[in-house]
Design a protein around this ligand. Structure first.
Ligand code: AMP
Length: 189
């Protein structure tokens, strides 16, 4: 795994643990020589992850839609900032640039990005692994809800099992690395 897309809040959230996690993830990525692909912003946890990767010598690739850049929230010190037309192009570009995805705490933008990575993988548009990193139980309700979706037969167990879930950064990076197996994309029903 050479590049990892991090999906996370454009806010800091209510607890200091979230910021600590974003910082620790960026630092661990740089230590493992894993470059960051992300939304290109400097706000909230997004800025914290980007700064941690950059200050530890890693490379950071941001992908931001024109309209958000114009609100002047784009991070100015990135290795490369791609300006794209809209959110659709952004997610497609991030998917093209990265080897894997991880979601840490965030809001609807983070959920949208995670679910798109998941649905595109299930429909064989890519074969890149994705993980949900729990911090202080933040994703517990979502995880239980997703179990319910599978139990109620709106998703197969095979699709449910695609999502890697852990509360440990090194475990997440290890599992994602192992899952970057270079296999061809495959439809998961
Ligand atoms: P949210 O979880 O709703 O805070 O949205 C964060 C996610 O959506 C990030 O992973 C970004 O890719 C994208 N995003 C949302 N707001 C912004 C913003 N102001 N600047 C850059 N990216 C953003």
């Amino acid at each position: 795994m050479k590049r990892l897309a991090v999906y996370c809040g454009s806010r800091m959230g209510a607890k200091p643990h979230y910021e600590q996690c974003a910082h620790a993830l960026g630092t661990a990525m740089a230590e493992r020589d894993i470059d960051l692909v992300y939304g290109g912003g400097k706000l909230g946890l997004m800025g914290v992850v980007a700064d941690a990767v950059l200050s530890n010598g890693g490379q950071v690739f941001g992908v931001i839609p024109e309209a958000l850049r114009d609100y002047e929230v784009a991070h100015q010190a990135l290795s490369e900032l791609y300006i794209v037309k809209d959110m659709h192009e952004r997610k497609a570009k991030m998917t093209e640039l990265t080897d894997a995805f991880i979601a840490i705490p965030g809001g609807i933008g983070t959920l949208d990005e995670l679910f798109e990575a998941w649905t595109w993988r299930a429909l064989a548009y890519h074969h890149k692994p994705f993980a949900l990193l729990d911090v202080d139980g933040y994703w517990q309700h979502l995880s239980l809800f997703l179990d319910g979706v599978a139990q109620q037969k709106f998703m197969s167990d095979a699709r449910r099992a695609l999502l890697i879930e852990t509360d440990d950064i090194n475990d997440a990076l290890d599992q994602l690395t192992r899952a970057c197996d270079g296999k061809k994309s495959q439809f998961i029903w």
